[in-house]
Design a protein around this ligand. Sequence first.
Ligand code: BES
Ligand code: ZN
Ligand code: ZN
Length: 503
Amino acid sequence: MKFEFSANTPEMISSDVILVFAFNTKTEKNDSYEPLTSFLSIDKILEGQLKRACDLEKFTGKRGEMLAIIPEKKILPSRIVVLGLGTKAEFIADDLRRSIGIFTKSKKDKIDSACLAIPRELTKLTNLSIISQMIGEGFILGSYEFSKYKKKKTRDREFSSVIISIERAEEKNTIQEALEVSDFYSKSTLLARDLVNEQPSVATPTFLANIANDIAKSNPKITCKIINKKELEKMGMGAFLSIAKAADEPPKFIHLEYVPDKNIKKKLAIVGKGITFDSGGINVKTGDHMAEMKSDMAGAAVVLAVFSVIAEVRPPFPVMGLIAATPNLISASSTVPGDIAKAYNGKTIEILNTDAEGRVTMADSLSYAIKQGATEIVDLATLTGSVMVALGNDIAGLFSNNRELTDRLKSAARDAGEKIWELPLEKEYKEQNKSEVADIANIPNNRYAGSITAALFLEEFVENKPWAHLDIAGTAFVSKSTDISSKGGTGFGVRTLLNFLKL
Ligand code: BES
Ligand code: ZN
Ligand code: ZN
């Protein structure tokens, strides 16, 4: 997909479709629409055809609502699509990203190019740069399909060109720069989706380690160290290894590091859960949705995706990306319930349920982050089914021991259009993780508040350093497509973290 610029107004641009916008106006009696100026100027040329069509079809401008019209009068583009943005009072930039995502997902094969003028009114509600970025992200994120193993894509959602009509020449640079940002924000999100959607026998620990190595090779500011099984044993990463024991695929501990030229005194670690397939282990999962457990490395995918573009964000401090990668399988050499593993920080963990493997591997990744001098940690993990029960597929759970870090993450997520909601690290529940025989047990003795007790478990390994945990079990993989994502991996967390690196 290419973004191009034209000094012409949209009716003078030769393309398959012009995109114009409208708000929803809802009063007690009447659900209707309010056209934006881009709509009005085309409507004038068409002598009111757009309005007549919208009235006839009872178009209301709700977010994602679309109406396609063939112009009666001769203008260059062959179609016009009116796109609803929701109400003006409630408008946030994400509405534009989503409505363009919906439009892109509905693209027919015969439509190949689109053109639009930046909706003026929206730049007043936010600013030109954000509006341009939303347009770019809507088009790129909405066009995604994982089609690697299909003879042919279900539908080609990718426009070969999107032409932006530039009314004021002096704005071109701002728009162009914002589109470049949207390009790497979206492409990295799509990388995370690809990694999650890949079949588990291909997306092995070695495969993830190779991707990490490739990322480091392509950028002089990034280094990558892969720690293999022998060395992990020497180091004492007993928690990670206890989960890796059952698999033939060798475990890999991935340590990416970005170091800027000049840096301020801070070292951020982003840690991703890297279970390349979660069968549950000896506590084997039921068959229903087991295939979805290829997504249990979605946290790791976010880390790799962020590092693939980190040099474009240029954070002024060093960043580590850490992943303990292994599948959670079953074999004669599996860890069994009752076994005790010793984590990298010396704490012992009684494994009472082999399906609560994520927190066990994360115990070692978090301990490693601390040992490596992290001053701030953000982890992303498809950790608990409970978070899905609590918050569903749209909202990730956020847990943190630090208010200021929490606020920064919330603001980064808001601008990224990714929803996160803070849940408490309730101290009273800590005793539920107690073990009779080890320092801590890997499942609580109470089945309620499972995402809180899992987060409390992780907290035991961060030595009170500022830390935030995002439980992305519900948001990383969806079985129903969303406004900007097809079924499967969503890349949730990538854009939040990219924003976060700037704060
Ligand atoms: N990977 C799962 C969590 C998960 C569930 C992710 C659904 C995505 C969708 C995790 O390893 C797990 O199995 N957790 C158990 C913990 C329980 C045994 C305490 C769970 O949530 O049921
Ligand atoms: Zn599990
Ligand atoms: Zn898991």
